[in-house]
Design a protein around this ligand. Structure first.
Ligand SMILES: *[C@@H]1O[C@H](CO)[C@@H](O)[C@H](O)[C@H]1NC(C)=O
Ligand SMILES: *[C@@H]1O[C@H](CO)[C@@H](O)[C@H](O)[C@H]1NC(C)=O
Ligand SMILES: *[C@@H]1O[C@H](CO)[C@@H](O)[C@H](O)[C@H]1NC(C)=O
Length: 247
């Protein structure tokens, strides 16, 4: 594993809320790879480990050259020495999951305000850096699509809705026609009333190693207009009500 995990601070409060926690799963997790910097292939019912690194935007590029974005697993980025923070998640393949990063213990603007989702080593996949927060604004809602082909992760991308979800909502500001942001002075960690924990809705697209098609991205795309938040029943009330106001 290229990331010296011990020198990166893990965000202990990162959690996963799955949409189907109460269904009895007849199948089990057969994926033995638990590091986000190791290659693996998965099938439905496996867990899949990936990471999200938080740091400044330029830290994700080789020598600051914005045409060469490296995986956070790549030692040449030396993320561990610049104070980057790492969250590691293990959602179940092809389930819609909501990942949360609790803002009461971690404020993303304090480490540079951008994040990249990543997994793999030889077949390293990483998303583009997404703006999360600076001292004025914080974006708290994201959708991450993980695209697989025959069970191997090919691509990770942030799906944006062009601020459709926050238009007309007075708490929110639309940044760059793509992100619904909250003013950080409304956040609890700055003395306001809003729980500015980050929620990342996760969906899988493509096929698993047996060429079985993943459905969760299709579900997110088609359910989003209704209310996916009915699915997140065990989310903390504060976050749920905040999300309800999105949809
Ligand atoms: C950035 O990297 C690209 C691709 O390797 C290279 O062509 C370009 O010259 C580099 N730019 C700088 C400023 O180093
Ligand atoms: C974040 O942690 C605080 C303190 O433990 C808790 O009160 C709050 O409900 C948590 N927020 C979420 C969204 O889990
Ligand atoms: C924060 O980000 C927004 C949107 O990109 C930008 O308009 C604003 O100038 C930034 N503020 C600071 C203090 O960097």
């Amino acid at each position: 594993m290229a990331i010296p995990a011990t020198s990166l601070l893990l965000i202990a409060v990162a959690t996963i809320i799955s949409t189907t926690p109460y269904l009895v799963q007849s199948s089990t997790d057969n994926n033995r790879v638990f590091s986000p910097c190791t290659d693996t292939t998965v099938q439905r019912s496996d867990g899949f480990t990936f990471g999200i690194a938080f740091t400044s935007r330029t830290s994700f590029f080789f020598n600051g050259n914005t045409s060469v974005q490296l995986s956070p697993c790549d030692r040449r980025l030396s993320l561990s020495s610049n104070g980057a923070q790492l969250s590691v998640f293990r959602p179940k393949v092809d389930e819609i999951s909501l990942l949360t990063v609790n803002s009461s213990s971690f404020q993303p603007d304090s480490v540079g305000g951008y994040m990249v989702a990543f997994a793999g080593r030889k077949y390293a996949a990483r998303s583009l850096p997404a703006f999360v927060a600076n001292s004025t604004y914080i974006v708290t809602s994201f959708t991450l699509v993980m695209e697989f082909q025959k069970g191997r992760l090919q691509n990770l991308y942030w799906k944006r809705d062009g601020c459709a979800s926050c238009s007309g909502k007075s708490n929110f500001v639309c940044l760059n026609n793509q992100d619904c942001a909250i003013r950080t002075n409304s956040c609890k960690y700055r003395g306001g009333t809003v729980d500015c924990s980050i929620g990342i809705q996760l969906a899988f697209s493509g096929t698993d190693k047996h060429a079985t098609v993943f459905n969760s991205w299709y579900e997110v795309k088609n359910l989003r207009q209704y209310s996916l938040f009915g699915l997140y029943k065990n989310l903390k009330d504060s976050l749920t009500s905040q999300y309800n106001s999105f949809f």
